[in-house]
Design a protein around this ligand. Structure first.
Ligand SMILES: Nc1ncnc2c1ncn2[C@@H]1O[C@H](COP(=O)(O)OP(=O)(O)OP(=O)(O)O)[C@@H](O)[C@H]1O
Ligand SMILES: [Mg+2]
Length: 262
């Protein structure tokens, strides 16, 4: 495989989203956001696993920028939600989606959701607003567990969405789904991902959680200052640092908290 993330051939036909390609010849300049990010400038394209693809890497490497471009190119609202949501509270979205080509599979997903932890509050507000306006159908909140997402705790509202709104045969793009979840709920999320994968769903997930990134039938792309590279779970900083900390907490804390003059 090359450094740009071209990795998969096997069963790629089953994926709803098979790959994205950067249309390099269209890019006006690689000097400014978002094209200056190494994950973009050094990338030709990415092949997606038909079940789960992880996008990981240090803060600021471009994971959200990349996921947002993929989701927007597919027709999702850049702030998140289903394809039907068209609200906009911020206009800070990059134009990257205009410079990528998505290659879709032969099968079409029946469900889809772009879950962004950082703007999920806005999605919840939009659902409440639409329900207050009323419509002929049942309230939208019925699809999210029957209770306004604002009346649930942060983690409860996340989990309600995964449990009730994600219905299978879907393409789910998730940016830091672990943000409000306890470790126990992160394990439960893995189980939920497994159930939905068995119901013909595909996931593209950006995460910092070594638990959430542990689904076995998956591929991990690590975004670095060099570009995009394929990784195993054990090779990720997230896994290694967590493991070292749990196993050697006292020694690590001693070094971390040592006074400079010592
Ligand atoms: N609208 C914007 N305009 C200019 N620069 C931006 C914009 N949004 C993000 N950036 C910059 O692009 C880089 C990548 O941001 P991005 O949010 O994609 O990172 P990330 O990998 O998702 O990080 P994190 O793990 O912290 O969520 C950062 O350095 C950020 O400051
Ligand atoms: Mg991010």
């Amino acid at each position: 495989m090359d450094a740009g993330g071209r990795a998969l051939n096997q069963s790629a036909m089953l994926a709803y989203l098979r790959s994205v390609t950067l249309l390099r010849e269209k890019v006006p300049s690689f000097d400014q956001y978002p094209f200056h990010l190494p994950a973009v400038s050094a990338m030709d394209g990415l092949d997606f696993h038909p079940k789960v693809t992880y996008i990981v890497g240090e803060n600021g490497m471009g994971k959200s920028t990349l996921l947002e471009a993929i989701a927007t190119a597919l027709g999702f609202n850049p702030e998140g939600g289903t394809m039907n949501f068209s609200f906009a509270t911020e206009e800070t979205h990059s134009k990257l989606h205009e410079y990528i080509r998505t290659v879709r599979g032969v099968r079409k997903p029946r469900d889809g959701f772009f879950f962004r932890a950082e703007s999920y509050y806005n999605v919840a507000t939009n659902i409440d607003r639409l329900d207050a306006e009323g419509s002929f159908g049942p309230p939208i909140k019925e699809s999210y567990g029957g209770k306004s997402l604002h009346q649930q705790s942060h983690g409860e509202s996340f989990f309600s969405t995964f449990l009730h709104r994600f219905s299978g045969n879907g393409l789910y793009i998730m940016d830091e789904p672990e943000a409000a979840l306890s470790p126990y709920r992160q394990l439960a999320l893995l189980r939920r991902i497994h159930d939905l994968v068995q119901e013909d769903s595909q996931f593209i997930i950006s995460t910092h959680s070594p638990i959430v990134m542990a689904y076995p039938d998956s591929i991990i792309y690590n975004l670095t200052n060099e570009g995009v590279e394929r990784s195993t779970l054990e090779q990720t900083d997230h896994y290694m640092i967590t493991k070292q900390f749990v196993n050697n907490r006292e020694a690590i804390l001693r070094e971390l908290l040592a006074d400079d003059e010592e």
